[in-house]
Design a protein around this ligand. Sequence first.
Ligand code: UN1
Length: 476
Amino acid sequence: MKQLFIDGGWHDGAGVTTTYSPSDRSDLVGEYASAGAAQVELALEAARAAAGSWRHSGVQQRADALDKIGTEINERKAELGALLAREEGKTLPEAIGEVGRAGAIFKFFAQEALRIRGDKLASVRPGVEVDVTREALGVVGIIAPWNFPIAIPAWKVAPALAYGNCVVLKPAELVPGCSWAMAEIISRSGLPAGVFNLLSGPGRIVGEAISKDSRVDAISFTGSVGTGSRVLAACAARRAKVQLEMGGKNPLLVLADADLDVAVNAAIQGSFYSTGQRCTASSRLIVDETIYRAFVAAMTEKLGQLKVGHALHAGTDIGPVVDQAQLEQDLRYIDMAKAEGARLAFGGERLPRETDGYFLNPALFVDCDPAMQHTREEIFGPVASVIPAKNYEHALQLANDTEFGLTAGICTTSLKHASHFKRHARAGMVMVNLPTAGVDYHVPFGGTKGSSYGAREQGGAAVEFFTTLKTSYTCA
Ligand code: UN1
């Protein structure tokens, strides 16, 4: 059994979580200790105790540790990618790519630790100088989702450590293995005891405890709207800093002048790769009437060529759905879409394979009306809705008619429409002639409206969440 990492040592939990591959229910991935109240207590005490000196640690020490972690993650990309693909079900190439992204993130933040900037200003009072500096928050609780089992923990843990914070990481219960592997690498990176702690376990025990405990200065959360709202309420009640990344119902516009191949590739990738299990997925395909028939025909043809299967098998394009509950949710929405009168142009049924896994044929619904419920709620599966639009202005209005605002894409050869869309799409990230999912690691990530709350993640923007400002006045 793989243990919890607390205060520089390995500990048993209150229970054990056994994980099985969604590609093959007979493939036992691992047994992981699951924290109870006693382990939460140990970890919070350890993190609190370490925070006092870690906040004043040298930036070279932080940079060296993060760089070492990044190097080992990169060196073990194939092995860790295979673990990720087995545990979560994304295809091996996608999984290896995600591990590489995690390695790159650690190396990026290793360097960012050396670039913590401040300002020096003249005071309005002659003879007085003002320094504005950034300081660590203290202890940061991290609650990570299952769909990016190593990249999301990495993009929260690396900046937290780089800016001098101690960390308590709670990975999603479905994917403790990738965080365990990352924690094991971190355990050998030279960080002092208590600076990084791994608390795998259930949300109702670990997630709730760290959200409510005053020893945790801030929470960085990625997950569902429902859980995010509970985390927000717990943090608000005790005035803790919080950042939330939640759902999306991201539009991808296909204008009359789009390059059809570019649009179809963007839509296939954005809607169905990673089995559609991304908050950045292109779940609403808003297509100009003049190109509509050609687009739908090209999409169904392309979908027919995709191989849905075991995440580890060569040639698989789309892996399984992550678990039974998610599969049931996907199937419920597929039934709902049919009942609402959308036309199923492709897929939507479970697929038998030689192994017992959660294989679902990607579903493409066409002739959808923007009032239909399945076009308004996040499904988080390989299900996309094609909505016809009269022209660009209509498409833009449909794109923004959502409670979410994470990403928005447009396929067009018109500079005028692309530029207008970049300014008018109500989303935190806009993509032109690209899928709405699949982002760089060195630039800000986050959304508007119901998708996100608090400061942006990733890139140089991460400093805003993981530090606080101090203004010092000196009369020399
Ligand atoms: C991506 O599309 O590259 O949970 C990243 C998610 C997002 C990450 C998406 N927070 O799907």
